[in-house]
Design a protein around this ligand. Structure first.
Ligand SMILES: C=CC1=C(C)c2cc3[nH]c(cc4nc(cc5[nH]c(cc1n2)c(C)c5CCC(=O)O)C(CCC(=O)O)=C4C)c(C)c3C=C
Ligand SMILES: [Fe+2]
Ligand SMILES: [Fe+2]
Length: 327
């Protein structure tokens, strides 16, 4: 390894500062104005976003955040901070002098704040690790854009490396496998394992976004590691937004079909999220549970995200070491 100091920038999406309509409006206004997320031409989108979405959605979504909010704030933020500290400890314990900072694509801590902190610690080479196992232009691509924007006025750029994805990394698949096996050991095994990934519009996939293909590859690798037969698991997509078609099969529709067709127990895991968040704790734990049970299902088991599990942190540490090799 070189003598020049290397630092790690861990990045996730961002979350509202409070579970209030005002804070959610501020968050959604920034997030949904990003062309990587919504690519509708700006004048039309400005009217829809400001005239409709930011008027009605924040109040409803704030109620969702209220139902999952913790003493340490939004789960996504609290867990991301724990991940940052745990990765820092893991690198320290290996005798590696590599500072780790956390940044969010939207809101705080911003790329500017985190970058400044790394610079103050003497970092000249920066490894950017977006915590999205599957590459999507709407998430990983947005990290890249936001980073470039944050560095626009920087007079001396750090040298950079960027982790695009790790959807089939053996330690990622291993950590997912461990979490499912541990869950089954404690709670027994369901009739089916649903692997529910956050969706994207089908049009984005048609235009070349590799995300759904990588989600399916993750799902198959996990099923293989768990020794599941084809009819024992399914890769589905959740969290639709807007009216256009999103990648299928849809999580909610599938759960309804399964409930109606006599599937008694479903176990559900969401491998695209490195930390539990609104989309898992509210949409999967609460909303979709109800969908399945109302359709006739009997038992619904949500398996938590990898969060700050030690095997997840070990995977991050290995990713860091591999990507800084010969630098
Ligand atoms: C895991 C990867 C994610 C992809 C891919 C993704 C794509 C994507 N998302 C939206 C719109 C919304 N997503 C929202 C919440 C949200 N999304 C992700 C991750 C991915 N999104 C996370 C981790 C979260 C939760 C944040 C939290 O605070 O807990 C929301 C906000 C909630 C709501 O209003 O429903 C929106 C909106 C689009 C349009 C998109 C792909 C184009
Ligand atoms: Fe999203
Ligand atoms: Fe959602």
């Amino acid at each position: 390894m070189s003598q020049v100091k290397i630092g790690v920038l861990l990045v996730n999406l961002g979350t509202p500062e409070a579970p209030t309509a005002k804070a959610v409006r501020k968050y959604l206004a920034e997030f949904l104005w990003d062309r990587r997320v919504v690519d509708v031409p700006r004048p039309i989108w400005w009217l829809i976003l400001n005239g409709i979405i930011l008027r009605f959605r924040p109040g409803r979504v704030a109620k969702g955040y209220q139902s999952i909010w913790t003493e340490d704030g939004s789960p996504l933020m609290a867990i991301s901070k724990r991940q940052q500290r745990a990765l820092q400890d893991a690198l320290d314990q290996q005798g590696l002098d590599i500072p780790v900072e956390l940044a969010m694509t939207y809101g705080e801590p911003s790329m500017e704040t985190a970058g400044r902190n790394l610079r103050q610690k003497g970092v000249e080479k920066m490894l950017v690790l977006p915590l999205y196992p599957q590459f999507s232009a709407s998430t990983t691509g947005a990290v890249f854009d936001r980073l470039a924007k944050g560095l626009k006025r920087c007079p001396h750029l750090p040298e950079m490396r960027f982790v695009n994805e790790y959807h089939q990394h053996p330690l990622y698949i291993q950590a997912l496998t461990n979490s499912v096996k541990e869950y089954w050991k404690e709670h027994g095994k369901g009739d089916k394992l649903m692997m529910s990934f956050h969706g994207i519009p089908q049009r984005y996939a048609d235009n070349g976004d590799p995300y759904p293909r990588q989600c399916k590859a993750t799902a198959d690798a996990l099923a293989h590691a768990l020794d599941l037969k084809e009819n024992e698991y399914l890769c589905t997509f959740q969290s639709r937004f807007g009216r256009e078609e999103w990648v299928k099969p849809y999580t909610d529709h599938t759960l309804e079909d399964w409930g109606k067709s006599g599937v008694k127990r479903v176990d559900i895991i969401s491998p695209a999220f490195s930390a539990d968040c609104l989309e898992t704790l509210e949409e999967l734990e609460e909303e979709n549970r109800e969908n399945f049970l109302e359709a006739g299902g009997k038992e619904y088991h949500y398996i938590p995200c990898l969060n700050d599990r030690s095997d997840h942190i070990e995977m991050m540490s290995e990713l860091v070491k591999t990507h800084i090799c010969n630098w």
